[in-house]
Design a protein around this ligand. Structure first.
Ligand code: BGP
Length: 449
């Protein structure tokens, strides 16, 4: 990859930190949501809040050039007021990273709306736009000089399309797309503010983008793929990059009665706060046919159907992970190219990885060859995408260390670093380097070679 490429790794606040009610932190929707039976909650997570120095040491040994994490809104503004102890935690983390030569990459909002905001109606209430702006202004003021890349909102498209699974919203499509609209306005407002203040860093959205394949060569399947992509991918990036709704996505939303109410003023705001770069999370592609009636199993990566437009189908050419997500490295190259040819903005990969049930051996090893294979194939395709001409800033796989999966507990592990705990017992929370740790270290040292 090109010089100064940001080989990194990612996490999010509620999935690693723990200390869910310490040092003035208020609850977020993730702390109070119903969790699936048999999986752990987020109260201790992997105790990164107390062990961040040890973790940053391991990141340094791994050779990370960048670490992408999120800030917990309910830790720094638990009830609308600043919690200086929360700010102090992130300040210490950021300074520790910088002192070890690791660039801090920050996501402002990753699925964890504070409960005090949710109680007032959450994103359905327009006042949340103001609350979010206050929160972002605080972060920019305190950390604006130290962060080279900011992401406004993680996987806003997943919140709109699979909110019930990840615990962010259980409402109807109509209500969710109204919430979504308010988030888009909030994102544009803070982006505009960030630019006006002339901070040194760059700011962008972080949706989960997946190219969509037609199930067959039938023209109606082609159109189905086009429409799913408009709704799942381009709606979010068109607003972030061009400041306007994608007209196909809008037509679909109107047809199913889910188009949000938007004002002239909103339109002007969207146009005035467009992004500097695009961050994306990529796990796999989607495959769809023309619509037929079918029950949909929804999670972040499963498909879904919209009557009259498209229906997700299985892609029999793709193997599945242990947790049933398709594996499609070539789709990664295709997705990166699709994004770049539409928007011509640099792309930062903020998530990519494989969830698996790792085993800690008696001598403290984790032989995660499946993870090495998965990441290696994706890196190869990313390098081909770069050769195709896509401008890529960095690659931050999910996840730097093991963390609690949003809806499948600790047993679905993603990290380079193993954390010794189970769903039901915290054990000693000790850190162990997986085989993938040593492999990724070499990848970084040789700049991908
Ligand atoms: C993305 C989220 C992450 C993470 C990842 C893996 O949707 O941004 O927070 O959870 O998916 O998902 P899961 O934990 O469900 O396997």
């Amino acid at each position: 990859m090109k010089e100064n490429f940001l080989w990194g790794a990612s996490t999010s606040a509620y999935q690693v930190e723990g200390a869910w009610n310490e040092a003035g932190k208020g609850p977020s929707v993730q702390d109070v949501k119903e969790i699936p039976e048999g999986t752990t909650d987020f109260k201790v997570a992997v105790d990164h809040y107390h062990r961040f120095k040890e973790d940053v040491q391991l990141f340094k040994e791994l050779g990370l050039k960048a670490y992408r994490f999120s800030i917990s809104w309910s830790r720094v503004m638990p009830n609308g007021q600043v919690n200086e102890q929360g700010i102090a935690f992130y300040e210490a983390l950021i300074d520790e990273l910088i002192s070890q030569g690791i660039k801090p990459i920050v996501t402002v909002f990753h699925f964890d709306l504070p409960v005090y905001v949710e109680k007032k109606g959450g994103w359905e209430n327009r006042e949340t736009i103001t609350e979010f702006s206050k929160y972002c202004q605080l972060l920019f003021e305190r950390f604006g000089e130290k962060i080279p890349y900011w992401q406004t909102i993680n996987e806003q498209n997943v919140m709109a399309l699979a909110g019930s699974v990840i615990g962010t919203s259980k409402k109807s499509m109509k209500e969710k797309f109204q919430e979504n609209h308010h988030m888009l306005v909030a994102q544009a407002l803070v982006t505009k503010y960030f630019h006006e203040q002339d901070y040194a860093g760059k700011i962008g959205p972080a949706p989960n983008i997946a190219s969509v394949y037609p199930a067959t060569d039938k023209p109606e399947d082609q159109l189905a793929a086009f429409y799913m992509s408009a709704l799942r991918n381009w709606l979010f990036l068109d607003v972030a990059v061009y400041g306007t709704y994608n007209h196909n996505a809008w037509h679909l939303l109107e047809t199913i009665g889910a188009a949000p109410k938007i004002t002239k003023e909103d339109q002007a705001i969207l146009a005035s706060g467009t992004c500097d770069y695009i961050a994306i999370n990529y796990y796999n592609t989607m495959t769809v046919s023309a619509y037929y009636e079918k029950e949909n199993k929804i999670d972040q990566q499963s498909g879904f159907g919209i009557p009259g437009f498209f229906q997700s189908v299985e892609n029999k050419h793709l193997p599945l992970t242990e947790f049933g997500w398709p594996i499609d490295p070539k789709g990664f190259r295709f997705t990166l190219n699709e994004i770049y040819s539409r928007y011509r903005l640099p792309v930062l990969i903020t998530e990519n990885g494989i969830g698996a049930k790792d085993t800690l051996t008696i001598d403290g090893k984790i032989h995660d060859k499946y993870r090495i294979d998965y990441l290696q194939e994706h890196i190869k395709q990313m390098e081909l995408a770069e050769k195709d001409g896509v401008e890529i800033i960095g690659y931050c796989p999910w996840s730097a260390l093991d963390l609690i999966s949003t809806h499948e507990g600790i047993e679905k592990r993603y990290g380079f670093i193993y954390v010794n705990r189970t769903e039901t017992s915290l054990l000693d929370l000790a850190r162990y380097k997986k085989d993938s740790f040593y492999w990724y270290k070499k990848i970084i040292e040789t700049n991908g070679l």
